[in-house]
Structures are given as C-alpha cells and as structure tokens.
Design a protein around this ligand. Structure first.
Ligand SMILES: CC(C)(COP(=O)(O)OP(=O)(O)OC[C@H]1O[C@@H](n2cnc3c(N)ncnc32)[C@H](O)[C@@H]1OP(=O)(O)O)[C@@H](O)C(=O)NCCC(=O)NCCS
Length: 445
C-alpha cells in the first residue's frame, strides 16, 4: 500500500515552495531557551533545524542555560542570585555556567551528528562550528548591585561567523564571552542572539521560548496569539508593559525583538518550543504559530522589480491553468515588470496586478489582478485596486478598465460598470479575444 496521498501531499508541498525559494541563502539566528533542552525537546528541535539547513538557510544557533546553571548551583548547595532580571555571576556561578555550557554544547553537537535511517536526520550532514566569536564587557554595578562575572556583548566577530555559515556550517554560540584581558563573562542568551542577529544583519531572529507569543488581548491569558506586530505597535506595547523580570513576562522577549528590528533585522519571532514543529510552522506557513515583530517600513504593497518575476509567475499560474486569467509567459512579464504592483509578505509574493496605460484614450487596463488563495478575502485585492487607481490618477488618466470572465461581481461592487467592448481603446480592441467573450468593466477615477 502506498503511503503517499497525492491529493494532500502535492498541494501541501507546492504551498511550501514559495517559502523555500524565498529563504534559500538567507541568514537566520535561532535562539533556544535552556528550558527547551530541559524539557527533552532537543532532538526534535535539531531535526527541524537540519531541515532548514537542507533548504539552504544559513543558521546561527544560540542556546540558553538558565535551568541547567540553576541545577548545577543547587547540586553545589549554592543559591542562584538574580537582580533586574539578570543572574549575578559570582565565582561559583561562573564555574557552574561553564560546566552547563560545556555539557549543552556536547549534547547539541551529538544531536546534530545523529543519522539514523527512518528519521529526518537520515542523510543529513550538518557541521557545527563553535568558537570565540563574542567579546564581552562586564555589566558592572547597577543600582548598587555588583553583577560580578555577568557580562554584556561588546562585539560580535561577524566576519568569522559569516565565513563559517557561508561554507555551510551551523554556528553554535553559548552565552559566554571573553574580555580582551581574557576574563570569561556569563552573558544572556537573548543578548547574544540579538547582538549577533544585528551584527550579521540577519533576515530573521527566532526565539524558541517557554511562552507561546504575545496575546491579542494582553489582559486575557486565553486570547489568541497576535501573529504579526508592526514595530511601532510593538514599541507602544513595550512602553505600556511593566519591566520584565522573568522570561515568562510578556515584555521579556519582546524587548529583544524590538531591539533587533530597530537594529536592522527585518523580522524577529517569539515561538513556543512546547509545540512540536513550531520552527517549521513559523518559517514555512503564512501566519506561523508565534508572534512576528516586523519593521513596517518594509512596505508590503509596492511596485514590482525584476526579483519578483518568479513569484508573480508562481502566483498567477494556477489561475491561468483554470482559465481565470489569460496566459502570460515569462518574457512578457519580464518585459512588463515595471507595470506590476505586488503585495509581499515575509519575502513571498501574495498578490499582483498590472497597469497598462493607453494615454491617447486617457485610460488604462488593470490586468492579472490576483491574490493567493491562501489569503483571499482579507482585503488585499481591494488594497491593490486602490494602488492601481492611484498609479493611474498620477498618470493623469480618467478611468481604468478590466476584462474578466469570472470576477465581474467583485468589480461591480467596487465601482466598475459594465461597458460594451467597443468602448475599449482602439489599440486594445485589436487585441480583444472575441472567443473568450470577456466582459469589459470600466471605473471612472
Ligand atoms: C478577485 C481577487 C483578486 C480578490 O482578492 P481578495 O484579496 O480576496 O479580495 P478582497 O479581500 O478585497 O475581497 C474579497 C471579497 O470578494 C469576493 N470575491 C472573491 N472572488 C470573487 C468573484 N470571482 N466574484 C465576486 N466576488 C468575489 C469575496 O467573496 C469577498 O467578499 P466579502 O468581502 O463580501 O466576503 C481574488 O479572488 C483572485 O485572485 N481571484 C482569482 C483571479 C481573478 O479572478 N482575477 C481577476 C481577473 S480580471
């Protein structure tokens, strides 16, 4: 009996393809809370990372070790000390941190080296590289509290990390740094991940944490997760939240996401490690599973460039096949790319429309208006129509028209009127396909 179900497998695989294309060669920094390892989720996580790696994503991993250090301290009968949400690292705690980091590094490297058949790790060859990539400085004395060997990232050796990921290795960073005097400092995983993402100008920073993300209704712990927060909105929210002291406080990871975004990392994410496959879902599905903080300056609705040709072709192809849209080949789209407007979300094209002006007739055709089936009904079609109308107005045109066989009502609802094909500009009339019997709808601007 075959275990492949073509009717579910094939559409699913194709739905993932745009993300595979979009992220090939991109750089992600993935940070895991030590709690993930303590919860026994390391192997599954490493398998998912190996899949991202196989998809051509360049990866830097940063691990935390809060529970492991606490455990070591407990074993030594030494109390963990925290202040301002940060560990105070005395000589004993530094020893414990070094031991915990060594142990974790060992476990992570072992997990990457497994290759059992019938697991996602079969045939995976992932090289893990660690090293002295971080320079640290002491936190110092804050409000009278001496943080001793607790440090902050002073510099990230981005060139060395880049060299390692460029040859296909996964770089693994522990929250440790050294000062130019050779002293070791205990850093926080969040600081290391954020500083590294900024230094590399990574495309994404992902935190796998004990929290599921940011709730839509901040006061209701049961409300849905906000899957996307614009940077400005995240900043407003952060200002309204109390200063975080625990990793489970809403502001705890959010402050690092905001910092990364301000530092030029386009997107940063907070995801729950408790959900199996959270990393894959966040990266390879439209809405993801956690919260993404996105720098909204990256306008999702914009004019197309040559880089969008592949995305546009992929988007319109199913509608050409079912006859909703007229067939356009790559050369035609390449030639006309300047006429296109696109909607991009997280690097993937979700909508397009083209505007072909007929200045002699003071009008223009809007063609190939398409929104991906995954996101239809959310107003993207309307947003694109508005942008096309703006473009036409800016050209001094009086109207726009469309030819459609199936979408007449959508246009009628948006101010278009049915007109006779004879009203088409002469040049367009010559190309009108009388067999297709498209309806012509016109909107006055
Ligand atoms: C037409 C299209 C671009 C609309 O995109 P969209 O992002 O879903 O549009 P919006 O969210 O702004 O509008 C959604 C509304 O349009 C309606 N709608 C979608 N397709 C429609 C159609 N063929 N006829 C009439 N109404 C339609 C939806 O039911 C929804 O109605 P509601 O708001 O009352 O629930 C999209 O459905 C599409 O890509 N269709 C296939 C390609 C196509 O037909 N293009 C036009 C070629 S000329």
């Amino acid at each position: 009996m075959s275990l492949v179900f073509p009717h579910t497998f094939v559409p699913w695989f194709r739905a993932v393809a745009p993300y595979v294309h979009a992220y090939r060669g991109k750089t992600f920094v993935v940070a895991i809370a030590g709690e993930l390892v303590a919860a026994g989720k390391l192997n599954l996580f490493v398998q998912d990372v190996a899949i991202l790696h196989a998809m051509g994503i360049k990866l830097v991993l940063v691990h935390g070790f809060r529970p492991q250090v606490n455990e070591q301290l407990r074993a030594k009968g030494h109390a963990s000390q925290f202040s301002h949400g940060r560990r105070i690292t005395d000589a004993v705690a530094l020893d414990c941190a070094q031991e915990a980091a060594g142990q974790l590094r060992f476990e992570i490297e072992a997990a990457f080296s497994q290759g059992l058949p019938n697991t996602p790790m079969a045939n995976a060859t992932v090289r893990v590289v660690s090293g002295n990539f971080l320079t640290a400085r002491p936190v110092g004395i804050v409000d009278g509290v001496d943080f001793q060997q607790s440090g902050l990232v002073r510099k990230v050796d981005a060139a060395a990390i880049r060299a390692a990921i460029d040859i296909g290795a996964v770089v693994l960073l522990s929250p440790f740094g050294f000062s130019p005097t050779g002293e070791a400092f205990n850093l926080s995983m969040e600081d290391v991940a954020t500083s590294t993402a900024i230094a590399l100008q990574a495309d994404k920073l992902l935190f796998l944490t004990e929290v599921p993300g940011i709730r839509e209704d901040r006061s209701d712990p049961e409300s849905a997760i906000d899957t996307e927060l614009a940077l400005a909105e995240a900043e407003r929210l952060l200002a309204a939240l109390p200063n975080p002291t625990q990793p489970t406080d809403a502001a705890f990871y959010l402050q690092h996401c905001v910092k990364a975004c301000r530092g030029g990392v386009e997107r940063s994410h907070i995801l729950p490690f408790a959900v199996d496959g959270a990393l894959l879902m966040e990266v390879y599905t439209h809405d993801g599973i956690g919260t993404m903080v996105v720098d909204e300056k990256l306008e999702s609705l914009r004019e197309a460039t040559a880089d969008d040709i592949g995305g546009i072709l992929q988007l319109i192809e199913p509608f050409e096949q079912d006859g909703t849209l007229v067939k356009r080949d790559r050369t035609e789209i390449e030639r006309d790319i300047g006429h296109y407007t696109v909607i991009e979300h997280d690097g993937v094209i979700f909508g397009c429309a083209a505007l072909y002006p007929y200045p002699e007739a003071h009008t223009a055709e809007m063609a190939a208006l398409t929104v991906s089936p995954h996101v239809q009904g959310q107003g993207d079609g309307e947003r694109m129509l508005k942008r096309i109308e703006q473009r036409a107005r800016a050209m001094g045109l009086d109207s726009i028209f469309v030819l459609t066989t199936r979408t007449m009502h959508w246009f009628l609802k948006r101010g278009f009127q049915l007109v006779d094909p004879d009203r088409l500009p002469e040049a367009r009339k010559r190309k009108y396909n009388w067999d297709r019997r498209s309806q012509v709808l016109l909107k006055k601007l």
